[in-house]
Design a protein around this ligand. Structure first.
Ligand SMILES: [Zn+2]
Ligand SMILES: [Zn+2]
Ligand SMILES: [Zn+2]
Length: 114
């Protein structure tokens, strides 16, 4: 399946809620739908993908949805060669505020090789 921009998408179990479809942190209510998969338990992710560096593939930063992968835990794989981001050493975290994503690599942990 391809989305409107021609990126191939594949369904994967939602990592944020463990595929249960309910908000894992119960911020609104334990019965609330998961904000990432909207209660479906499945998310569409771009293919090929890599684990999100900022949230280490968990989809969550503390109890909030990761802003880099929007809670999916995966980000589109970069096209072409990449190197570890020199500013965050690959963590995807801002050095002064780890809950924020690194501006250099936008939370990916890797940047394009020059
Ligand atoms: Zn979910
Ligand atoms: Zn993430
Ligand atoms: Zn970085």
């Amino acid at each position: 399946m391809k989305n409107e921009t021609g990126v191939t998408m594949a369904p994967l179990p939602c990592i944020f809620c463990g595929g249960k479809g309910k908000d894992p942190f119960g911020i609104m209510s334990r019965l609330s739908d998961c904000p990432v998969c909207l209660g479906k338990g499945v998310v569409q992710v771009p293919v090929p993908y890599v684990a999100c560096a900022h949230c280490q593939g968990s989809g969550a930063i503390k109890r909030l949805t990761c802003t880099v992968c929007r809670g999916k835990g995966r980000v589109p794989a970069a096209v072409g060669p990449t190197i570890v981001c020199p500013d965050c050493q690959g963590t995807g975290d801002d050095s002064s505020a780890p809950a924020m994503d690194c501006l250099t690599c936008r939370g990916r942990g890797r940047v394009a090789a020059q």
